[in-house]
Design a protein around this ligand. Structure first.
Ligand SMILES: Cc1cc2nc3c(=O)[nH]c(=O)nc-3n(C[C@H](O)[C@H](O)[C@H](O)COP(=O)(O)OP(=O)(O)OC[C@H]3O[C@@H](n4cnc5c(N)ncnc54)[C@H](O)[C@@H]3O)c2cc1C
Length: 467
């Protein structure tokens, strides 16, 4: 990945706005720029756009939406922004937090009303750190459906998506204005495309082991569960252009990936009253703080594994997720009629598991916060048949990246905007502060959809101003 001077021979084609990456951020950018009446081209390295977006649960948090109002849920952008700030320990850029909290509702409604994505609200359980139920998802609650619907919408709208096109070079002048890009095809053929504005929507650096080791040493040996094609290209170009990189140690982990099956087990199994034990049958943490920070915690347990313990009622809630249904289909979810039988099936010490059960059920009955600081207030006692899944911790995606302003314009080391370079989603710094514990559920798709849309609008505006 390199930044080079503008080629003497010029470009084989020209487009007003070029977008690198066809995940949620890139496709929202394309839809927005196209709607502003500016021609765009999306350049995607894979044969079919998938990205981390396809691997996600496809849930987008948004406040004050019509789906919330229909269910009488009181929420507001200010409350949402406060939740993001609380979770990220006040470390995130306040202006970007306000922007995404304010624009998320209209972004989800725009995708639904203008582009036909059939969102509904996840209304039957709480996500850690959210003070209102505000996760919006498509019927399967799977990111594969989200990316397919976004791609269909972009194609219907008439945007051009070029696949099998890895952007390998940015062409920039001495003032850091981008004049075009070079793409490399799978057969190594190369083409250069000129542009007036460029949007980087090529996500983070989870697929670049060296960058992860440098910035996130605690996840160096963890399984990377995100899209392998996200190799830190935006960060490498940003460094070469003298852009500011922010919060490079931030990431979304997950402490509940079925092992060895490699299927995400929704954190609903924990939030609804389930808990985790380690290979000794003992609890080890306040699981309700969040699934992101739990990844590193699980990895420090014996063998780097844990067991999610829940029951049939909770499994019914979890079953709305395609991933959970897949986990059941591939035999990852174990069932037992008694705690002793569950211990036997999981090869756990029966006494330790029984004590862990008793501790949790005592906390539910008494309402007293447990020794780890977890409150089980309002959670029902687990009842047989019980369920369990062996899980491990994994790195899902990185949250650090290019610093941007409220127009999603990439900024340099002194906060000065670069002339015509924009970024959104995993390519830009997120709103999770500098640590895994700063990740509030949904921060990934929140910044992909909202900042992708803002980046597309801003790039189009820049082009129109120059016309
Ligand atoms: C298992 C899992 C579950 C998750 N669940 C959720 C969730 O429920 N809610 C939530 O908010 N977030 C979730 N996330 C995070 C979320 O998926 C990401 O934050 C979001 O998808 C990022 O979108 P993006 O468009 O920035 O990147 P991506 O969707 O990863 O798209 C980036 C695209 O850029 C392409 N690309 C990269 N480099 C180049 C290049 N040089 N040239 C051309 N193309 C390139 C890639 O191939 C890819 O298609 C989850 C992540 C994972 C892994």
């Amino acid at each position: 990945m390199s930044v080079k001077p503008v080629p003497a021979g010029g470009f084989v084609a020209r487009v007003p706005v070029a977008i690198v990456g066809a995940g949620a951020a890139g496709l929202c950018a394309a839809l927005a720029a196209h709607e502003a009446g500016v021609e765009t081209i999306v350049l995607e390295r894979d044969a079919v756009p998938r990205g981390s977006t396809a691997l996600s649960a496809g849930l987008i948090p948004a406040a004050g939406t019509r789906w919330q109002k229909a269910l009488g849920i009181a929420d507001s952008p200010a409350l949402f922004a406060a939740d993001i700030n609380d979770k990220s320990h006040g470390e995130s850029d306040a202006a970007i937090v306000d922007l995404v909290a304010r624009e998320a509702g209209m972004t989800v409604e725009w995708l639904a009303d203008r582009h036909g994505l059939p969102f509904s609200l996840v209304h039957d359980f709480d996500y850690p750190g959210h003070s209102a139920r505000r996760m919006h998802g498509l019927p399967t609650r799977a990111g594969a459906e989200l990316i397919d619907q976004l791609r269909d919408a972009a194609e219907r709208a008439g945007t051009t998506i070029i696949t099998d096109a890895t952007v390998t070079t940015l062409y920039a002048d001495g003032a850091r204005a981008i004049h075009g890009v070079e793409i490399t095809r799978p057969d190594r053929a190369r083409d250069s495309i000129g542009c007036q504005a460029l949007v980087l929507a090529c996500s983070g650096y989870g697929g670049a082991a060296d960058i992860v080791a440098r910035h996130i040493p605690e996840m160096r040996d963890a399984t990377y569960f995100g899209h392998r094609g996200n190799r830190g290209d935006a960060v490498l170009w940003g460094e070469a252009l003298g852009a500011e990189l922010r919060h490079m140690s931030a990431y979304q982990g997950h402490g509940s990936v079925a092992h060895p099956h490699g299927v995400l087990i929704t954190w609903a199994v924990i939030m609804e009253g389930g808990f985790q034990v380690n290979a000794e049958g003992r609890r080890f943490s306040d699981e309700s703080r969040g699934y992101s920070e739990q990844a590193a915690v699980v990895l420090t347990q014996p063998g780097g594994i844990a067991f999610d313990i829940f029951d049939t009622h909770i499994a019914t809630v979890a079953r709305q997720f395609e991933d959970f249904r897949q986990a059941e289909a591939c035999g990852a979810v174990i069932e037992a009629g008694t705690v002793a039988e569950l211990a036997e099936r999981l090869s756990l010490a029966p006494r330790a598991l029984a004590e862990s059960f008793a501790e949790v059920e005592d906390a539910k009955r008494s309402g007293i916060t447990d020794r780890f600081g977890r409150s089980f207030a309002g959670r029902k006692a687990l009842s047989p048949p019980f369920k369990a899944v062996k899980v491990t911790g994994a790195l899902f995606h990185t949250q650090g990246g290019l610093a941007i302003d409220v127009s999603a314009r990439v900024v340099g080391m002194r906060g000065e905007p670069l002339p015509n370079l924009f970024a959104g989603g995993g390519a830009s710094a997120g709103v999770s502060g500098s640590r895994a514990s700063g990740y509030l559920s949904g921060n990934g798709l929140l910044t992909a959809t909202v900042l992708g849309r803002v980046a597309g609008q801003s790039a189009a505006e820049l082009v129109r101003r120059r016309e």
